[in-house]
Write a protein that binds this ligand. Structure first.
Ligand code: HEM
Length: 454
């Protein structure tokens, strides 16, 4: 039996044995598992496997303690490093201490307000370019479309690179790597995999594809200072005047490249999915968009588009694109009155927190007005954490908010997206929360649609 008294489910040996012996991947809905157990055991519970105990937090005060008040007592969790270390190495997402601080300071100027403002034109023109290939009445996989779009945007804005027709290849490779990472996170290691290593080989191939593309981006960028983030990283020198190593450069670029597109793409998928089911919210947003009278939106217009911000925030409440944050205490500590040993894995589940009726009444209802100026201040502090918090808060949060709103508004100037009859969409957690198997939607030209700008 577990040594700790903290309540929580014991993962029975038999279920692990069945998984290990099954020739196919058994269905497992990790999001439901976490919300069900939160309901059953509370906002801090333990997951007991063999002699290992992991912890799941969705209590805002404890999350605040971990991320803010006591942040110096935690590092990123070993489970995270073990799961995605082969992809992001020692980049900004996983590095620690003084080294992380230095790298964050180096990257920060690329995310300052004025800098981000200069990205807005790319965000809009790339969206216009993407939807110029759409036709009214056709069905498209919006998840694929958004992934390609956000990938192109992050590459152009941060690295001054055109990704061209590589988007599909990159998207597929990222998926394979994240799926393998998620299997490691869930200790999914079936016996056939241990023998044949098919998944391992697929992952190695996908990583090779991604690294080749990243190395190519770095090589073709050259030393010339084009004012973008990659130029800043290339010209950075440490205290001894040495440039960043090729490996570190790759780690930073691959981190920004993956963290900077997947999440925003998922946010957009869920926004379109939720709008398609909530005609009142959709109409309100369309009315706001139409007030632009067909003008190409700019960053300055966002002040006149407040409802678009509420829609984005509410969609990220129901479907937080990054499913949470993982930490590990540097010494034995106490959380919520329970002892947590040094080195344990502690996961903050924003998904469970955002769906808790204690903090968000009627939590399953899509209600963008929760984020109106009157109601937003009544949301309990630290119960809404789509971008995390404290010193490790998402460096790209303002970039992502602006991008999601500009892409959304630009698309809605031309098209409405609808779900297909009888369509069921399930959320899948692969580090990010994405629609399982993609998101097929029907594209319908708007009656008041403005002429396509491209
Ligand atoms: C809707 C979009 C996004 C969401 C929901 C999101 C979410 C998050 C979250 C929750 C964290 C904190 C993880 C932790 O505490 O362990 C994080 C960190 C990070 N994000 Fe984002 N992110 C988004 C977009 C972006 C964009 C656009 C970029 C870059 C262009 C980016 C780059 C990063 C990086 C580099 C970190 C690590 C920061 C550090 O530890 O210093 N993210 N993100």
């Amino acid at each position: 039996m577990p040594t700790s008294q903290m309540p929580g489910p014991v993962i029975p040996a038999i279920s692990r044995l069945l998984t290990a012996l099954s020739p196919v991947r058994l269905p497992f809905d990790s999001l439901k598992f976490i919300t069900d157990n939160t309901e059953k055991y509370g906002e801090l519970f333990a997951l007991y496997f063999d002699d290992q105990v992991n912890y799941v937090v969705s209590d805002p005060q404890i999350a605040h303690d971990i991320l803010v008040t006591r942040h110096a007592e935690f590092h990123k969790a070993p489970l995270l490093r073990n799961a995605i270390g082969n992809l992001v190495g020692n980049g900004l997402l996983t590095s620690e201490g003084e080294f992380w601080k230095r790298q964050r300071k180096l990257a920060q100027p690329a995310f300052h307000y004025h800098r981000i403002a200069s990205y807005s034109e790319t965000m809009v023109s790339y969206t216009q370019r993407q939807i110029a290939t759409w036709h009214s009445g056709e069905i498209r996989d919006i998840a694929e479309e958004m992934m390609a779009l956000t990938l192109a945007i992050v590459n152009k804005t941060l690295f001054n690179m055109e990704i061209g027709n590589q988007a599909k290849r990159i998207g597929e490779s990222v998926y394979v790597v994240l799926e393998a990472a998620n299997d490691r996170l869930n200790s999914y290691a079936p016996i056939w995999e241990r023998w044949f290593k098919t998944r391992q080989r697929r992952e190695a191939q996908a990583l090779a594809v991604l690294f080749e593309i990243i190395d190519d981006i770095i090589a073709t960028h050259g030393e010339e200072d084009t004012g973008d983030l990659l130029s800043m990283l290339l010209s950075a020198r440490d205290d001894e005047g040495k440039p960043m190593s090729a490996q570190q450069l790759r780690d930073e670029v691959v981190t920004l490249f993956t963290a900077g597109h997947e999440t925003t793409a998922n946010a957009l998928d869920w926004i379109f999915y939720l709008l398609a089911q909530n005609p009142t919210a959709e109409e309100k947003l369309l009315a706001e968009v139409d007030a632009l009278a067909g003008r190409t939106p700019t960053m300055a217009d966002l002040a006149e588009l407040p409802y678009s911000e509420r829609v984005v925030k509410e969609a990220m409440r129901l479907y937080p694109p990054a499913s949470g944050a993982m930490r590990s205490p540097l010494h034995d500590i106490e959380l919520g009155g329970y002892p947590i040993p040094q080195g344990s894995n502690v996961a903050i589940s924003t998904y469970a927190m955002h769906r808790n009726p204690k903090y968000f009444p009627n939590p399953l209802q899509f209600d963008p007005e929760r984020f109106s100026p009157e109601r937003e201040p009544t949301i309990p502090k630290y119960s809404y954490l789509p971008f995390g918090g404290g010193p490790r808060i998402c460096i790209g949060n303002s970039f992502a908010m602006m991008e999601a709103r500009l892409v959304l508004v630009t698309i809605l100037q031309h098209y409405r997206l609808t779900l297909l009859p009888g369509q069921k969409v399930q959320a899948e957690q692969l580090f990010t929360t994405r629609p399982k198997g993609g998101l097929k939607m029907k594209i319908l030209a708007r009656e008041k649609a403005v002429p396509n700008a491209v």
